[in-house]
Design a protein around this ligand. Structure first.
Ligand SMILES: [Zn+2]
Ligand SMILES: [Zn+2]
Length: 226
């Protein structure tokens, strides 16, 4: 025999009651309780030059709004399913966190303050002549190399100052020389979304111009083994 259950708060018949002490139906449970504690407002800081995001004191490779929000809320609803929706309203930016676990559902609206700064790496080279090099390494680099040249061509079509100035084949991979850091950021974002590579940054001194040291931003992109 199966006993039907009634919610003591609204009187509805239900198959499952929730809560440790006070047992309620799913609707009443989420009206009375919060599944998670969400902040009312958060700040997301990005670097105005390389576009990386500052998260827990580290500058991380998250370039798109979607990736940055995903990182910012990664720990907010650890034991639940979390979906994010975002919009702008009167020049303010909001995210709705849809939190759920089975029948239990709730949402929280969080205001996001975006701020821009320069990461220490970029600040070091402020004023210097700045170009980027992507070192693509790993197995089967050719397909990924084709994607990089396609993306570069698309960016050049949109803006003439973004271009691929050179491609060099090396032992173990291919080096791409890019005209702007902005272009570097867009190509890295594409690579990250499609291939989940390991990305590491470094810098090389390439000479001097007008009494200023000239550095090049070097990004090593290592494709995962498969
Ligand atoms: Zn109820
Ligand atoms: Zn930066």
């Amino acid at each position: 025999m199966e006993l039907s259950k009634f919610c003591p708060r609204c009187g509805e018949e239900t198959t499952q009651l929730y809560g440790d002490n006070k047992q309620l139906c799913s609707n009443c449970f989420t009206e009375v309780n919060n599944l998670i504690e969400a902040p009312r407002e958060i700040e997301i800081e990005t670097c105005s030059v390389c576009g990386r995001m500052k998260e827990k004191g580290e500058w991380i490779e998250a370039y798109t709004v979607e990736d940055q929000l995903g990182e910012a809320f990664a720990d907010t609803a650890e034991n639940f399913t979390l979906e994010l929706q975002y919009w702008e309203e009167d020049e303010e930016f909001f995210v709705r966190l849809h939190v759920s676990e089975g029948e239990l559902k709730e949402h929280h609206d969080v205001k996001v303050e975006w701020s821009q700064d320069q990461c220490p790496d970029c600040a070091r080279f402020q004023g210097g002549f700045f170009k980027a090099k992507i070192q693509l390494r790993g197995d089967n680099v050719q397909k990924v190399a084709d994607d990089i040249t396609d993306k570069a061509a698309e960016l050049t079509n949109r803006n003439r100052s973004d271009f691929l100035s050179n491609i060099e084949h090396r032992d173990g991979g291919i080096d791409f020389y890019l005209s702007t850091e902005k272009m570097n950021k867009k190509i890295l974002s594409m690579l990250r979304d499609n291939y989940r590579p390991e990305i590491e940054r470094s810098y090389e001194l390439v000479g001097e111009r007008d009494g200023q040291r000239v550095y090049r931003n070097v990004v090593s992109v290592r494709l995962p083994e498969r």
